[in-house]
Design a protein around this ligand. Sequence first.
Ligand code: DAH
Length: 346
Amino acid sequence: MADSLTLDEFLARVAAFSAEARPAIAAADSADALEGVRAKYLGRNHGWLKDLSAALGQLPKEARGAAGKAFNDARTDVEGALETRQASLAPSSAGVALADPTMPARHAWRGAVHPVSQVIDEVVAIFRELGFTVALGPEAESPWYNFGSLNFPADHPAMDLHDTLYISDDVVLRTHTSPVQVRTLQSYPPPIRVLIPGNVHRRDPFDPSHAPTFAQIEGLVVDEGISFADLKATLTHFANRFFGSTKTRFRPSYFPFTEPSAEMDVLCGVCKGSGCGVCKQSGWVEILGSGLVHPAVLESAGVDSERYSGWAFGMGPARTALARHGIPDIRLLYDSDVRFLDQFAR
Ligand code: DAH
C-alpha cells in the first residue's frame, strides 16, 4: 500500500478537506446541524479525518513529514472554525441570563435534620447541661427486660400478641425504652442520670396519631434521697427550656414501673391554651409519662431499694414535634416528602 500516493495528491485532498469543511461549518445554522458537520469532517471513526489518516500511510516515507504537517494544520484550522461557529450559535442561553439578571435562581435542596431528630437533639442537649449522659440498649429485647423486670404483672395486656411483636418466645421488639433503665442499673452503680433515646415497636396500624415504629426518649435518675420534688423541678425546668417559658401541669397516672406516676402536660403551643385542633380543645398537650421508680424495678436490677430511690420519664419526640409545629398527622413525619420536611429545615 505504501508509496501508492504522491505528496501532491495528498496535499490536494487536504486542500479539498478544508475547502469543503469550512463552508459546511459556516452554513450550519443550529447546534444539531453543526454536530452533523463535526461528525462528517472530524469524527474519529469515519469521515474525512479517517480517510486522510489512512492516506498518510500510503505516502512514501520521505513525504510523510510535510504531509503530516499540512494535515495537522488543516485539521486545527477546521477545528477552530467549528468552535468559533459553535460559540456564535450558543449565546442564546448565556445571552438570556446576562440580559435578565433578575431571573430567580433554581431551587436547590439543602440537607437538613428531620424534625423528630431535632427534638431528640434538643432534649439531649438540655439534659446534658444537667449532668445526664446518654445510654442505649437493644431493640430486640427479652420479654423479661421489656416487661418482667419492670414490674408488669404476668397477665398484663401489653404482653398480648395483639400489642407486641414477638420474634420468638424469648425475643420481642421492645415496646418502650424503659428496659434500658434496668440494663443501665445492672451495669453502673448509682448515682445515675441517663437519657435513653431509641426506636420502639408496637403492633399498631399507621393512623393520624400512631406509627408502628417510633422514637422514645427515656430519662432515669437514681441516687440516695431522690424524691418527687426532684422529678417535678427537673421536668418543669426542661419544659421551660424546650418550649420557651410555658405552663406545666402534672396529672396522676399509672405505670407498672413507677409509683406514684404522673403525666406532664404543657400549655398548647399552637393556641396558647384557648383550645384548638392540636390540643383537642383542651388547651393542654401531654408531653411525657413519669414517676418515682418502683422499688421492685430497682430490686430487679440488683439495686438496694431501701438505700436508693429514683425517678424516670418517657416521652415520644414525634408527638412532641406534632404539638410543636401543629402538624395534624403523624404519618407526615414518616413519608420522607421533602416538600413537607423542607418547612422545618434550619
Ligand atoms: N414506657 C412508657 C411508655 O412507653 C413511658 C414511660 C412512662 C416511661 C413513665 C417512664 C415513666 O420512664 O416513668 O408508655
